[in-house]
Design a protein around this ligand. Structure first.
Ligand code: AMP
Ligand code: GLY
Length: 425
């Protein structure tokens, strides 16, 4: 089967690697891809926002399945427009992707179906939002309703900070995303990511991971897209995982089906493990980045078969199998990320890291110019290691990172620290 993969990050490189293991894969096309993914498939110059030309490309090239990596095309309705042309898509429709695209929509759905999540209010005017925040007191969480590239969330430690965030959002600092604001109770606990493969009816566990969102060691500094991850996340025990499926994911799928927007694709549940049990922080309509880089190398089933089954609404009964080995990914970012990353610096000796045993290097913001590999974005490379324990995967990943010669980049040195401490205890 020919597949068109949409996206250009480390997540898509990991997806391409996993698809390449499938005996059913004939040809992989990627739009727009990156120099790392180019080794797995043919990069095509397609305007992904132009759904008609994507459909045309699929027809001309016998594409049997389109796999969408990032959320923007889904929220823009690529799955709807391709399905209307009888092209199979792995990823939810626009209506189903509202689980990621609108925080207010998801919070209302949770409230209506008794899904455990933080208590909240939705506001379309500043005055009412300020009153609510003052009533609840700090710490409190202020969120722009729509997509804001992970930057629309302020965890305010005091009321002053909360009020400034509310004013900034209504003043348009997030554009239209901030025209509605959700204010939430602060949840205390450890954060984990849970993934479910969904076919509209059924949800199958697709393993767990823990991301590290802050730019600095010890989880300090501003939020990023994610600076590293490991999988599985043992903090989410198998018993808790079953509870998450039963009390969070399955009621969500039922609700989506009932409103005529069945959810197909990966549903990514960001969870807080609170003293009262797991609670939903947010949904994403896709795999995580860098979570995909730790989950997919552990997958023992055929990803192509699973994605096809989910897209067709016919997932098997049994959940996919994952290796019990641990995977850990370190993200290498360009200096000054996440503010204004300094791009154009040269990366050398990447082959040395790639040659290390049980190490996988995936590309994100890279470009090849006259044979030189250059940084071209904020998050640039991912170095993933597999081992029997997170402690060993951590050591192996950083040993590989240290083989790379890139003075224009940096990474966190403490990825997996919670699990490393648990394993050593
Ligand atoms: P989001 O974009 O909704 O994932 O939020 C970004 C980050 O803010 C999350 O990964 C959490 O670390 C934090 N966060 C969001 N909502 C809450 C909450 N209600 N309580 C505590 N932390 C939160
Ligand atoms: N790593 C967080 C995300 O993909 O949203």
């Amino acid at each position: 089967m020919n597949i068109l993969l949409i996206g250009s990050g480390g997540r898509e490189h990991a997806i391409a690697n996993a698809l390449a293991r499938s005996p059913r894969l004939k040809q992989l096309f990627v739009a727009p891809g990156n120099p790392g993914i180019a080794r797995r498939g043919e990069l095509v110059d397609l305007d992904v926002a132009d759904h008609r030309s994507v459909a045309e490309f699929c027809r001309q090239n016998g594409v049997g399945l389109v796999v969408v990596g990032p959320e923007q095309p889904l929220i823009a309705g690529i799955a709807d427009d391709l399905a209307a042309q009888d092209i199979l898509v792995f990823g939810p429709t626009r209506a189903a992707a509202r689980l990621e695209g609108s925080k207010g929509f998801t919070k209302d759905l949770c409230r209506a179906h008794h899904i455990p999540t933080a208590d909240y209010g939705r506001f379309d005017n500043e005055a009412a939002a300020l009153v609510f925040a003052r009533e609840k007191g700090a710490p409190i969480v202020v969120k722009a309703d729509g997509l804001a590239a992970g930057k629309g969330v302020v965890v305010a430690q005091n009321l002053d900070e909360a009020e400034r965030a509310i004013r900034a959002m209504f003043a348009g600092s997030f554009g239209r995303s901030g025209s509605e604001v959700v204010i939430e109770e602060f949840l205390q606990g450890e954060e984990v990511s849970f993934f479910a493969l969904c076919d509209g009816e059924r949800a199958l566990s697709f393993s767990t991971a823990q991301d590290h969102k802050r730019v600095g060691e010890g989880d300090t500094g501003p939020n990023t897209g994610g600076m590293g991850a490991y999988s599985p996340a043992s903090a989410l025990t198998p018993a808790m995982e079953a509870l998450v499926l039963e009390t969070i994911v399955e009621p969500t799928l039922r609700a989506m089906r009932e409103m005529g927007a069945p959810y197909r694709g990966v549903l990514y549940a960001g969870l807080m493990l609170t003293a009262e049990g797991p609670k939903l922080i947010e949904y994403n309509a896709r795999l995580g980045d860098p979570e995909a880089q730790v989950i997919l190398p552990r997958l023992e089933n055929d990803l192509l078969e699973l994605m096809l089954a989910a897209a067709r609404g016919a997932l098997p009964e049994r959940a996919p199998r994952f290796s019990t080995r641990a995977a850990l990914t370190v993200v290498l970012a360009a200096k000054n990320y996440p503010a204004t990353p300094i791009v154009g610096t040269q990366i050398r000796e990447l082959e040395r890291a790639e040659a290390a045993e049980n190490v996988i290097v995936t590309h994100a913001g890279t470009k090849l110019v006259e044979g030189k590999l250059l940084a071209a974005g904020g998050r640039v490379l991912n170095v993933t290691a597999l081992a029997d324990t997170v402690v060993e995967a951590h050591a192996r990943a950083y040993a590989a990172v240290d083989l790379i010669d890139w003075s224009g980049g940096f990474c966190r040195r403490d990825i997996g620290w919670r699990e490393v401490a648990r394993e050593r205890a």
